[in-house]
Design a binder for this molecule. Structure first.
Ligand code: NDP
Length: 476
């Protein structure tokens, strides 16, 4: 029997769907799972794809089934389990075999694993996979980090399974070691911001305009036909229009308002902060999930403080306000993406990855959770000017910001006056307003720092005097 082209360990939600996708595209695949029953069940349910699958019950059998140099995808619970699995696998592998961690790893773990294998003859790929269960089964967006030779060994299989945007596969080698997992992390950070901004707009429609879930679903459905067209807007319409089978009420009204998180949003923010790159919309989104999770505290606070006493949320022209909400969402989204790309640009410099910005935008156009027509526009902007300092100063996006930021300003003002929380929308507005202002207010910060800590400052007139006349001996 011909050997398998690739192996996969971990037949959970993502692994089993990815394995079926690989098999369906004509690639023979060997599979293994820690719990043998899962392997048996997976194979039994694989139907006509069984001929492309080699189910293995021991690691020895699994490794022997794959053509060397062996690419082995590890798609298991992130963190410690990946280290354990790699240790178990290592003794059976040979020179140039490639272990591929396809889970949501912290890129710092990927860098460490990469380094640990440096002199072992084995290689490592850290591979970000986006698109959830559906994406894994029918075409995810795949972000690959590792040695270029390792990528060459898996390029054909990964290209065959990736999502396609107008025939263009949404997979690419993005750089050495942690590049793929870093980009996946920032993808998720942007996803947090995108989702939070949608939720804030929903909040204005629900609590400000008092619209029902189904009516709000209609609004998102209309927007999905325009410039906001994206997977997240599409599923938001579906979510808002879905009825609960038990009560018949909109299901969204019955879902507890406590959001979960697994870490990629937080990692995005930590890395952005480490590098000194503002990612305020992503920060606001991560913080909003944290605030959402302290439901009982929020309920207690509402009893103590009450909701802001602002009276009725008043909008003079509802149709015009709905248009403003659409434009505001687009403007804020531009801010979040600009921040995410700026974080990646800095990481590329710090870690010598040479991250290809147009390629990243290109492979996010389909397959992943943030897929949208908007990413096609980002691809075009970065293709024209790959080294631009910030997406918002590219000609196309500068025009879009100028066209939509007035609406964002009106929406954030209306929400603030109406007592409705819009932290991510407001932070995007604050970002635009700070970033576009040549003369800011940090001169006061510098003066304060010099006053209490003699930290010194530079002068606008270039004079060679770097301390203020504070009169306490600090201005020596
Ligand atoms: P599941 O919970 O469905 O499956 C977990 C898998 O990990 C099982 O195969 C399990 O094996 C295996 N496993 C757990 N601990 C160990 C261990 N110590 N040694 C060996 N195997 C172990 O997870 P998902 O498929 O949802 O997620 C897998 C990875 O993909 C995670 O990193 C996740 O963050 C990432 N991911 C998930 C997405 C999603 O939408 N779900 C999207 C993108 C990435 P066993 O059957 O023996 O328990």
């Amino acid at each position: 029997m011909a050997q398998a082209e690739i192996g996969l360990i971990g037949l959970g939600v993502m692994g089993s769907n990815l394995a079926l996708n690989i098999a369906e595209k004509g690639n023979k695949i060997a599979v293994f799972n820690r719990t043998v029953d899962a392997t048996r069940k997976f194979y039994a349910e694989a139907g006509e794809l069984q001929s492309q699958i080699v189910p293995c019950e021991t690691i020895e059998e699994f490794v022997a089934a794959i053509r060397p140099p062996r690419p082995i995808i590890i798609m298991i619970k992130a963190g410690e389990p990946v280290d354990q699995q790699m240790e178990l696998l290592k003794p059976y592998l040979e020179n140039n075999d490639i272990m591929i961690d396809a889970g949501n790893a912290n890129f710092r773990d990927t860098m460490r694993r990469f380094d640990n294998l440096k002199d072992s003859g084995l290689t490592f790929i850290g591979m970000g996979v986006s698109g959830g269960e559906e994406g894994a089964r029918h075409g995810p967006s795949i972000m690959v980090g590792g040695k270029e030779e390792s990528w060459k060994r898996v390029e054909k299989v990964l290209t065959s399974i990736a999502a396609k945007y107008n025939e263009d596969p949404c997979v690419a080698w993005l750089g050495e070691n942690g590049a793929g997992h870093f980009v996946k992390t920032i993808h998720n950070g942007i996803e947090y911001a995108d989702m939070q901004m949608i939720a804030e707009i929903y909040g204005i429609l629900r609590d400000g305009l008092k619209m029902s879930a189904t009516e709000i679903g209609e609004v998102f459905g209309t927007w999905n036909k325009g410039r906001l067209n994206s997977y997240l807007i599409e599923i938001t319409e579906k979510v808002l229009k879905a009825a609960d089978p038990i009560t018949g009420k909109p299901i969204v009204d019955l879902i507890l308002d406590k959001a979960g998180q697994k870490g990629t949003g937080k990692w995005s923010v930590i890395e952005a902060q480490n590098m000194g790159i503002p990612a305020t919309a992503i920060e606001a989104a991560v913080a909003a999930r944290s605030i959402s999770s302290v439901k009982s505290e929020r309920e207690a606070a509402e009893k103590v403080l009450g909701l802001p006493a602002v009276g009725e949320f008043k909008v003079a022209d509802k149709a015009a306000f709905l248009k403003d909400l659409e434009s505001a969402l687009l403007a804020a989204k531009i801010g979040a993406y600009a921040q995410g790309f700026a974080v990646m640009a800095q990481a590329s410099r710090e870690f010598n990855w040479n991250l290809p910005m147009p390629t990243i935008a290109r492979i996010w156009r389909a397959g992943c959770i943030i897929r949208s027509v908007f990413l096609d526009e980002i691809t075009t902007a970065f293709t024209k000017d790959p080294n631009v300092a910030n997406l918002i100063v590219t000609p196309a996006f500068a025009d879009m910001v100028k066209e939509t930021d007035g609406a964002l300003r009106r929406v954030v003002s209306a929400a603030a006056l109406g007592g409705l929380p819009v932290p991510a929308l407001a932070s995007a507005l604050g970002y635009f307003d700070s970033y576009r202002r040549g003369r800011g207010t940090a001169n006061v910060i510098q003066a304060q720092r010099d006053f209490f800590g003699a930290h010194g400052f530079d002068r606008v007139d270039g004079a060679d005097a770097h301390h203020g006349p504070w009169g306490s001996g600090l201005n020596a």
